[in-house]
Design a protein around this ligand. Structure first.
Ligand SMILES: CC(C)(COP(=O)(O)OP(=O)(O)OC[C@H]1O[C@@H](n2cnc3c(N)ncnc32)[C@H](O)[C@@H]1OP(=O)(O)O)[C@@H](O)C(=O)NCCC(=O)NCCS
Length: 147
C-alpha cells in the first residue's frame, strides 16, 4: 500500500477517535466521546490517523476532538479535517464555528480568529482552570471562524 495514501471520510468509530485524541495529548474526560453529531477521519489503510468532529454541547454546536497522529502531521490533514467540519456546520445553517483550541496558531493558520481577553462567546476556558496542563504545557484559547 502507498504509505502516502490518506483517505478522509466520515467515521463513527468513537473508540478509535478517543484513542487518537489521548495519544495526541488532548485532555479527555473519562468514558466515550460525548455529543458527536458528525465526525470525519483520516485513514491510512484501516488505521485512523486523524479526526475532527462537530459536537453538540451546552446548547450549541462546536468544533471538537481535533487530532492528527504525530507520524503524519504537517501534511495538511488537520486543515482538511477541519474544512469538512466547516462544510457540515454551513450545511446546518451555522454562521460561525467555535472551538476551544489547544494549538491556537494552527487555527489561526486556517482562518480562525483568537478571542482577546475579556471577549465573550459561547465557549470559555472555565474547565481548563483545574487542568494540570493549564498554562504550564498547554496555552489554550477560544477561537472562532465566520463561515
Ligand atoms: C494541531 C494538529 C491537529 C494539526 O494537524 P496537522 O495535520 O499537523 O496540521 P496541518 O498540516 O493541516 O497544518 C495546517 C497549518 O497549521 C500549522 N500548524 C499545525 N500544527 C500547528 C501547531 N501545533 N502550532 C502551530 N502551527 C501549527 C501548519 O504549519 C500549517 O500551516 P501552513 O499552512 O502555514 O503551513 C496536530 O498537530 C495535533 O493533533 N496536535 C495535538 C493535538 C492538538 O493540539 N489538537 C488541537 C485540538 S484543540
Amino acid at each position: 500500500m502507498n504509505p502516502e495514501a490518506i483517505m478522509i471520510r466520515r467515521t463513527e468509530d468513537l473508540d478509535a477517535m478517543k484513542a487518537l485524541c489521548v495519544s495526541a495529548g488532548l485532555d479527555m474526560a473519562e468514558g466515550p466521546l460525548e455529543g458527536v453529531v458528525v465526525a470525519y477521519g483520516a485513514y491510512l489503510g484501516d488505521k485512523l490517523v486523524g479526526c475532527a468532529t462537530l459536537q453538540f454541547a451546552d446548547g450549541g454546536h462546536f468544533l471538537e476532538y481535533v487530532a492528527v497522529d504525530a507520524s503524519v502531521r504537517s501534511r495538511g490533514i488537520g486543515a482538511s479535517l477541519v474544512a469538512k467540519i466547516e462544510e457540515e456546520a454551513r450545511a446546518r445553517g451555522m454562521s460561525d464555528l467555535w472551538a476551544k483550541a489547544k494549538a491556537p496558531v494552527f487555527y489561526e493558520r486556517i482562518g480562525f480568529r483568537v478571542l482577546t481577553e475579556g471577549e465573550r462567546g459561547p465557549k470559555n476556558l472555565d474547565t481548563c482552570q483545574t487542568c494540570p496542563q493549564f498554562r504550564s504545557t498547554c496555552f489554550p484559547a477560544i477561537v472562532v471562524k465566520l463561515l
